[in-house]
Ligand binder design. Structure first.
Ligand code: OGA
Ligand code: MN
Length: 209
């Protein structure tokens, strides 16, 4: 993972090397229950006072994870292991992580973007874990990853199938979620170099960059 991250800026992996099928199923059950209970918030773009809900840019719904349910606790332990591993192998100085579930319904997308503004060193590494059994090419909703040097060049396409995980450099790798044709569940996590979370109240939807 770290070699590809350094050389290409991104890597697509099988998360089942770290997460059990049971944990994946429990996370999937949690996000679908939140979605069905209408407990997820419309995702925004930008941070702090510049935070807006722009439906021409992204249309997903999100729920921040607090690590307070059994599957979230187990997941947070895994993510902490990933954080330590990245620091040991790639010397990234990652101090903490934040994570949210995301749901895209049929018709939803997220246009090409970066997860962090260059130089801010807040979100350094992005990780997305997919939670959809039996995802087919015709279901759309693929993640398209662009070349970090020339952002018009497509480098890869990732099917959001359960257990698939993608990791990339937040400030460098442009990426886009193509319109989903059925409900698409995922979990996004950002490993950050800054220590202190945003004070509660600055950004009601969470500490987005
Ligand atoms: C994001 C994002 C990609 C995906 O939430 O910032 O780019 O495949 N997600 O869900
Ligand atoms: Mn993104």
């Amino acid at each position: 993972m770290t070699v590809e991250l350094a050389e290409c800026g991104w890597s697509s992996l099988d998360a089942r090397a770290w997460l059990t099928p049971q944990l994946l199923a429990e996370l999937q059950a949690e996000v679908s229950a939140l979605h069905e209970a209408d407990a997820m918030a419309i995702a925004g773009v930008g941070r702090g006072l510049g935070h807006t809900h722009d439906k021409s840019v992204r249309r997903d719904r999100i729920a921040w994870l607090k690590g307070d349910s059994a599957p979230q606790k187990a997941l947070f332990e895994c993510l902490e292991g990933v954080r330590r591993g990245l620091n040991e192998r790639a010397f990234l100085g990652l101090r903490r992580f934040e994570a949210h579930y995301a749901t895209y319904e049929a018709g939803d997308f997220y246009k090409r973007h970066l997860d962090s503004f260059r130089g801010r060193a807040s979100r350094v590494v992005s990780l997305v874990l997919y939670l959809n059994e039996g995802w087919q090419a015709q279901d759309g909703g693929v993640l398209q990853v662009y070349n970090r040097e020339s952002s018009n060049e497509l480098c890869g396409t990732v099917l959001p199938e359960a257990g698939r995980m993608v990791v990339f450099m937040s400030e460098e790798v442009p990426h886009e979620v193509i319109t989903a044709q059925r409900t698409r569940y995922s979990l996004a996590c950002w490993f950050r170099c800054d220590e202190v979370p945003f004070p509660i109240g600055i950004d009601a939807t969470g500490p987005a960059c």
